[in-house]
Design a protein around this ligand. Structure first.
Ligand code: NDP
Length: 279
């Protein structure tokens, strides 16, 4: 069994971005506007991590924290950032407080500045297999698989979870690479039977240690996206790592697997958004 080292691959991606930024040496470095509304502590931590990672690779961060804000004023803010030439990327930290129409907010972002890849335009292009910005977590998973030379074409890929930020874009990426893809969700009839078919099993449901050893085929590649707390308040994934790992050819740990890749791919998407500005 090979443990996939997400920290190492993420560092490699970040180094690549840093080298590129230094090599370009543009007057205006890549510029990322991060918008956070309210005081959700988890969001504050995510923004802090993204800001730190950005600064390390030479991306300038505009940290916009609004304690209170209306739908209309947030819409105006995004429109303004869309027009500002030096802004390459706009990221709205989710979740927004519940009174916002999040879908409308996200879709106001100019798709060229949509470094999270969440706009309908980028999602639609991904499903049409056209050039676009891909959501960071699924993009990071593809990079992990490629770094470990894991073959995708012709493989049976089972994805558990169908969210717009992980499951669905993941499925599109896999289809675009000629895998045979099954997407499972809470209404799937026989989840164990589906999972046992998987050469590559990707799990993003948000339930601690939900995928057990009897659900995994011998020799499968297992990618665990989940970030949960177990009964001892320790970080754990959606996969029962201890018992599943011995059956796998490759597996990602939690923490240290998919998580670090998400931030690294945000750096890459922001850099690429800037490059396109100069094309
Ligand atoms: P969502 O809550 O948006 O989606 C969860 C999905 O899992 C839904 O499609 C749901 O099905 C499905 N699901 C829930 N319970 C079951 C079940 N018992 N059997 C089968 N399917 C089920 O979650 P996200 O996609 O946003 O996140 C999933 C996990 O990944 C979370 O732990 C999150 O913290 C983590 N995450 C980690 C990231 C990283 O960087 N490592 C980035 C993003 C997320 P249905 O649609 O039918 O409701």
């Amino acid at each position: 069994m090979v443990l996939i080292d997400g920290k190492a691959v993420a560092q490699k991606v970040r180094n690549e971005v840093k080298e590129n930024v230094q090599k370009d040496n543009f007057i205006y470095p890549p510029h990322l506007a991060i918008i956070r509304v309210g005081d959700d502590p988890a969001s504050a931590t995510y923004v802090k991590n993204k800001t730190k990672a950005s600064q390390e690779v030479g991306i300038e961060v505009e940290d916009i924290h609004l304690t209170e804000c209306t739908q209309e004023s947030l819409e105006n803010l995004i429109e303004n950032l869309n027009y500002e030439e030096i802004v390459d990327g706009i990221l709205v930290q989710l979740p927004l407080p519940s009174y916002f129409d999040s879908d409308k907010i996200l879709n106001l972002i100019n798709p060229k500045k949509d470094v999270d890849g969440f706009t309908d335009i980028n999602m639609g292009k991904l499903f049409a297999n056209k050039e676009c910005t891909v959501a960071c977590t699924p993009a990071g998973i593809m990079r992990l698989l490629d770094e470990y030379n894991i073959e995708i074409e012709g493989k049976k890929v089972v994805i558990v979870g169908r969210s717009n930020i992980v499951g669905k874009p993941m499925a599109a990426l896999m289809l675009n690479r000629n895998a045979t893809v099954t997407i499972c969700h809470s209404k799937t009839k026989n989840l164990k039977k589906e999972c046992l078919q998987a050469d590559i099993l990707i799990v993003a449901i948000g339930r601690p240690k939900f995928i057990t050893a009897d659900m995994v085929k011998e020799g499968a590649v297992v990618i665990d996206v989940g970030i949960n707390r177990d009964e001892n308040n320790r970080l754990c994934g959606d996969v029962d790592f201890e018992n599943v790992a011995p059956k796998c050819s490759f597996i990602t740990p939690v923490p240290g697997g998919v998580g670090p890749m998400t931030v690294a791919m945000l750096m890459k998407n922001t850099y690429e958004a800037m490059k396109k500005r100069y094309e």
